[in-house]
Design a protein around this ligand. Structure first.
Ligand code: MLT
Length: 408
């Protein structure tokens, strides 16, 4: 008899964003004339920058000619992209990254979800609360968490509350943990972590032989010059951290798919007998066994984001969404809401009026304003009493959504 992986039965309801889509569909079917504005999932709406399109087209043409055709690419990604990544994302910030430390992939969601596979099942996981659901769900699937409790939390996970009181940057855990997921600029709260805060975490990880899984998918949205873009800007971080980056939100690649993960050579995890093992080697083994790389045209397109023509065009995209974020933040404040985020991140985290339940306020905004947001409780129990508004849409839609919200 074929057995199912029963860990999947421990997962809470559906994945957050399909559940939102389901509710929106029910509403749209019942109200076919409703003009719904989507500020829920962080999905970009502007087209790819012209320099990216040009490079993409050219690479597709190369695939049409036997002389320039590309089959399987190098396991970790084409050197032209890896070199551009190192020069622009790291060397420019005085961070020393070697080509062997960069792994090009099809998304930070996949990488942050898959990385847990290479670590032992009995590691203690710490996540922030609220948190991007992928970190938790993939550990549930792997069997690292135990069943869900009544409050939706999993017994074996250590939750680190992120609240207005700690500026949405968690305090160090009271008990030893082995794997810590941090995402800054933060999804969903829009908060950032200072150099001092990240230094504390790096020191904690070094002292406890733990690993920090640092999701920096939103680093391009940082406007404050003092906020680190990479955890590797913190001395000693290469011994204890893995960093995830993505072109999705930065350069409009949500439908194109390209990202990368940096696994330093110095980073070690241990066997039960205490023997240090290079994590880079293990991730490389996993990557080359389970993944055949990002297509050549997509890697060429990603490399075009770093060219002289591409860079300012990418910056324009980011500035456009950050202007949306500014409009959302200032308008919601004017309407009397308590508002966080939106200055170094494309997400605005808003307290629900009178502390009403997140899903309740989500439904009210959908039904009365026809605006889709994301309920904070979908990111964890500390997200209860908040909603997240995404800045990814046109400025016209953002302004229209604000007017409608003001009316209710
Ligand atoms: C979000 O809205 O949180 C993101 O778009 C989800 C993702 O990047 O997978």
């Amino acid at each position: 008899m074929i057995k199912i992986n029963e860990n999947y039965l421990k997962l809470q309801a559906g994945y957050l964003f399909p559940e939102i889509s389901r509710r929106v569909k029910v509403f749209q079917d019942a109200n076919p004339n409703a003009d719904i504005i989507k500020l829920g999932i962080g999905d970009v709406t502007l087209p790819l920058p012209p320099a990216v399109i040009e490079a993409f087209h050219h690479a597709v043409d190369e695939m049409a000619d036997a002389k320039t055709f590309h089959g399987y690419g190098p396991d970790q990604g084409y050197p032209f992209l890896i070199e551009a990544i190192i020069a622009n994302d790291f060397a420019a910030r005085n961070v020393d990254i070697a080509p062997s430390e960069v792994f090009v992939s099809d998304g930070a969601k996949c990488d942050t979800g898959n990385i847990q596979e290479i670590f032992g099942i009995d590691n203690v996981i710490a996540v922030t609360d609220p948190v991007y659901p992928v970190y938790v769900d993939t550990n549930v699937m792997a069997g690292r968490t135990g069943p869900a409790e009544n409050n939706g939390r999993y017994g074996k996970i250590i939750y680190l509350p992120c609240t207005p009181q700690n500026n949405f940057v968690p305090e160090l855990p009271q008990q030893p943990v082995d794997i810590i997921y941090l995402c800054y600029p933060n999804n969903p709260t829009g908060a950032v972590a200072t150099k001092e805060a990240l230094t504390q975490w790096v020191q904690y990880a070094r002292a406890n032989k733990a690993i920090i899984l640092f999701d920096a998918a939103y680093e391009a949205f940082i406007t404050d010059p003092d906020i680190p873009h990479s955890i590797f800007e913190i001395p000693g971080a290469k011994e204890v951290a893995i960093e995830f980056r993505s072109y999705s939100k930065t350069a409009g690649f949500t439908g194109v798919r390209c990202a990368y993960t940096v696994v330093p050579q110095e980073l070690k995890a241990y066997t039960t007998s205490g023997e240090p093992i290079a994590v880079n080697k293990i991730w490389s083994r996993r990557h080359s066994t389970k993944f055949n790389g990002v297509s050549y045209p997509v890697q060429v397109a990603a490399a075009a984001t770093y060219t002289e023509k591409g860079r300012p065009q990418v910056r324009q995209l980011i500035d456009y969404y950050m202007e949306n974020a500014r409009v959302i933040r200032t308008q919601m404040e004017e309407f009397g809401y308590t508002v966080y985020g939106g200055t170094n991140a494309p997400y605005i985290w808003i307290e629900t009026p009178d502390g009403v339940d997140s899903w309740h306020f989500f439904d009210q905004l959908l039904q009365e304003a026809n605006v889709v947001t994301t309920p904070g409780s979908g990111f964890g129990s500390a997200g209860q009493g908040f909603i997240r508004i995404s800045a990814f849409n046109s400025i016209e839609n953002v302004k229209a959504a604000m007017q409608r919200i003001n009316k209710i």
